[in-house]
Design a protein around this ligand. Sequence first.
Ligand SMILES: *Cc1c(COP(=O)(O)O)cnc(C)c1O
Length: 428
Amino acid sequence: MKLYNLKNKNEIVSFLQAVQMGLGQNQGLFFPTNLPILKKENINNMIQMNFLDRSIKILSMLIGEEIPVEYLEIYVKKAFSFPGPKINPVTSNIACCELFHGPTLAFKDFGARFMAQIIEHLNKNNHTVTILTATSGDTGAAVAHAFYKSKNVRVIILYPKGKISKLQETLFCTLGENITTIAIDGSFDQCQKLVKQAFNDDRLKNKIGLNSANSINISRLLAQVCYFFESYSLITKKNYKNLIISVPCGNFGNLTAGLLAKSMGLPIKSFIAATNSNDTVPRFLKTGKWNPHNCISTISNAMDISRPNNWPRVEELFHRKKWNLNDLGFGSVSDEITCKNLLHLKKIGYISEPHAAIAYKLLNDQIRDDEFGLFLGTAHPAKFKNIIDKILNINIDLPKELYIPSKRPILSRMLKPNFKELKKILIL
Ligand SMILES: *Cc1c(COP(=O)(O)O)cnc(C)c1O
């Protein structure tokens, strides 16, 4: 697989290089040179396959010979060793595609766990890698679990002290072993700034083999393509023709993966890019002006992003496929309307959470009678117990993935937002 840098098309790298580098020169994103296209009969055959076999096929088609198929097979089986997508009908023509049955109860498990396998592959010659990442919630948990006990990989996760929920904290700060968690006495932005400082320190970067494992990493996106195929295979045949998928968007990685699946020939009629009040993309699609506002805190906090870093990939894909951006559905939903839709979903028998409820609301508004719609369930409602219980007046049960760690001690160390102090930990 070859990829080019969107900011400098002459910078061409292999898949493994792109995974290791994350970003190219001038912070440019890598994008595949070739986009494979499947024939209709191949798609039909693939729909019949099981999730793992099909995912091996998709990923080997995308990645090519750089990773021998017999290895890829092992990696995919290890990465996706948890319950895949489930379709949960909500109305006669709308269903939730639940992607949250993995070890950290969010769709990020698919991407993070596949990436962990690729990093281990890169590490066969025993270089030590340090994964340094900042999290405001779900990424930290998915990355920590994906790399837990991985050989020669050290994971360091920074998060703003007291600014993530107790449940989110227990999910990644109770593991120990090769996972170090650091509660920064500051904001999420300050955590991100510390990560950037580390990546700008070339000597440090080479010395400890720094990698950020964040959502711009191409390995995460490719893994996510697989569950779009699986979701399609799980719906009934009569809905194949007019399928709409509504995606709750933050950094737009999930939507990029869905569009990649469509570009390969998966017959998805259209997508809806659903955001909360951080509506840079909906405003862009309406007015043609890219004008990010300051980030606003909402109850769908994993989508509190006003400069979505995968957006250039979405534009590139539309450009390459000669698709029209006007065909992309979109919308932004306030907290108030999100709550209303959570209550409405409860009334019709479905307990959801804020991110998915936003996707549901826009789908429900925009779907036509002859269409079938899926909205993506990106996280388990129990992850947001503190607010869901209040909004819906229920007492949601904790699944074992949350209950077990909630009984364990938090192992995090505290740190002021000071790069020198962080560096001391990094070079240990
Ligand atoms: C990360 C996340 C999102 C946003 O996904 P992107 O790929 O960044 O657009 C949406 N919902 C939940 C629950 C998340 O954790």
